[in-house]
Design a protein around this ligand. Structure first.
Ligand code: TYD
Length: 137
């Protein structure tokens, strides 16, 4: 299962800076997006990606990821801008408990591609069990 990785913190008397390079996260970044202003009680995600790899960082505030690889499910609280959460392909994710100040940065290995999404949990479980049978819609 996924582990949090320590990002490179460059701190000095002026404040903090975090640098993320592809050689640390294992993929070249083709896309960056961020979620902010998430309303209280909202849950997001509820999908997996066939190929996409991602790294999520709560650069401000906090939120909780529920990650499920089809065999086990675990919950990870992101509340530190120096920690990155790698999310492998074929991982079902749900994001909950966003703080009102949460800015969730996501680095992605591919451009946006709706065909890469699996948005149905039962289909996700079936695809994990029988990868050869999985076909994009
Ligand atoms: P959505 O997949 O629902 O976000 P989440 O899984 O975090 O809840 O995406 C919301 C909308 O934004 C949807 O219309 C697709 C669009 N979108 C893009 O155009 N590009 C992107 O990189 C992402 C992540 C989403």
């Amino acid at each position: 299962m996924t582990e949090l990785i320590n990002l490179n913190l460059k701190g000095d008397s002026r404040g903090s800076l975090v640098a993320i390079e592809d050689r640390q996260i294992g993929f070249a970044v083709k896309r960056v997006y961020y979620l902010f202003g998430t309303n209280m009680g909202v849950a997001r995600g509820f999908h997996a990606h066939r190929e996409l790899r991602q790294l999520a960082v709560a650069v401000a505030g906090s939120c909780t990821f529920i990650l499920d690889d089809g065999k086990a499910r675990r919950s990870i609280r992101l509340d530190d801008p120096c920690l990155g959460l790698p999310i492998a392909a074929m991982t079902w994710r749900e994001m909950i408990d966003f703080s009102s100040d949460c800015v969730l940065l996501v680095l992605a290995s591919e451009h946006y591609n709706e065909a890469d999404y699996i948005r149905d949990y039962d289909l996700f479980r079936a695809a994990v069990a029988s990868p050869a049978l999985d076909q994009p819609c």
